[in-house]
Each structure stands twice: as C-alpha cells, then as structure tokens.
Ligand binder design. Sequence first.
Ligand code: MD3
Ligand code: FE
Length: 221
Amino acid sequence: MPGLTADLFTDDALQQPPGKKRVGEQSYVLKGYALPWVERLLPALRQVLAQSPFRQMVTPGGFTMSAALSSCGALGWTTDRTGYRYTAIDPNSQQPWPALPETLRQLAVMAALEAGFDDFEPDACLINRYVPGAKMSLHQDKNEQCYTAPVVSVSLGLPAVFLFGGHTRSDKPQKISLLHGDVVVWGGVDRLRFHGVLPIKEGVHPQMGSQRINLTFRMAG
Ligand code: MD3
Ligand code: FE
C-alpha cells in the first residue's frame, strides 16, 4: 500500500540510517552525526546567543538577509552596506565575539576527521537562524583566507533543502535534504562551489520549535 509506506518514511525517519554520503568530490553528508551532541550543544549555544544575539544584516546591495546571524570564535562574519568581512569584534556589542565553546569545537573537528580532513582548527563559527520562509540565495563563500580548509556545517531544527551548485552561478544545483542533526563537511575542490538554501517550510520541530539553526565552522583567519 503506497500511502502507508510514504507515511512511515516522513520527517525524521528519513535521516536513518546514520552514515556517510559523498555529495561532491570532497564533500560528505554525515546523516544524524550531531544527534548525540545536541544535548550538550544547545546550552552552549544559548550562552553564546545571550552574549551576541541574532541580528538581521544588510548586504552591500542594500537587501536585508532573511536569515538572522550571529557568530562565535575568534572571528565572526558580518555584512553591512560597505561589504562582507570577518571581524574580531561584534559590531553590535562592540565586544569580542563569544568564545567558541569546547563542545562545538570538538564536534566540528571530529566531523572533519570523519570526512578525511585532519588539520581542521576552526576559528569562526557562523550561526544562521531561519524561520519559515527564510532562505539563503545562491552564493560563494570567499571571505576566508584559506580555501583548502573545509567548512563543517551542523543543521538543527526544521528541515531544509540545500542547493549545491557548481563553480559558476548558472550550473544547475543538486538538492540535498538536511535534517536535524545532519552534519556536512565541504572540502577542498568543493569549497568555492555556489550554494544556498530554499525557503524553509512552515513547521514545528519538537526540540527546536519553529526554526532552523545552522552552524558553520570555518578557518577564516
Ligand atoms: C558549500 N549557510 O553561512 S551551510 C553560509 O544552511 C551558508 O545556513 C547555509 O551558506 C546554511 O555561508 C549552508 C553549508 C555550507 C556552508 C559553506 C559552504 C556549504 C558550503 C562553502 C562552500 C561549499
Ligand atoms: Fe555559504
């Protein structure tokens, strides 16, 4: 009975079994990899956000991003009318960004190892918050000093469809479904590929509520 089968494999059931899926030459989705870490990760995240709360930033083109951002670690990413950059100081608090919590750092380093990158020492963790309807348009991440280091991303809360494009904007992107607890490691030759996130669908996640939070760990300096 097709209806019954479909019902059994909706939502979180789709993220089983845990495993490593290659999505690019040097990129891997680690399904459910962060699930055992979530309980330690959320309190750390709460502390970070108390110090540097989410804010909606304006791009150099004058558009307000639909995702709200914060950062922790030695460097944080910001944008305003004058451009995109990493800074040591949170422009809102005028204080250094919150330190990178050890739990978050360990998760990122272990995930990178799992994907074959053994010298990953993140100095920046971007925190993106999406409410339903929020998205991220196709872009390249080009503000980091070192493009050989991977980016590690951790998805929490509502599901997302990640768009993984090519090296030019017009390359047709592949769609990758990312669920609560999924970790993706994007490395080497895939670092400069265009990518984005489709608008998040309405929904409520049992642990995270009506939002998606994505952490991206980088070697930015
Ligand atoms: C692939 N964030 O913060 S994370 C970003 O889900 C960003 O919030 C998205 O794109 C999000 O810049 C996607 C995954 C990601 C991050 C950086 C990449 C994938 C990447 C850099 C190169 C290739
Ligand atoms: Fe990006």
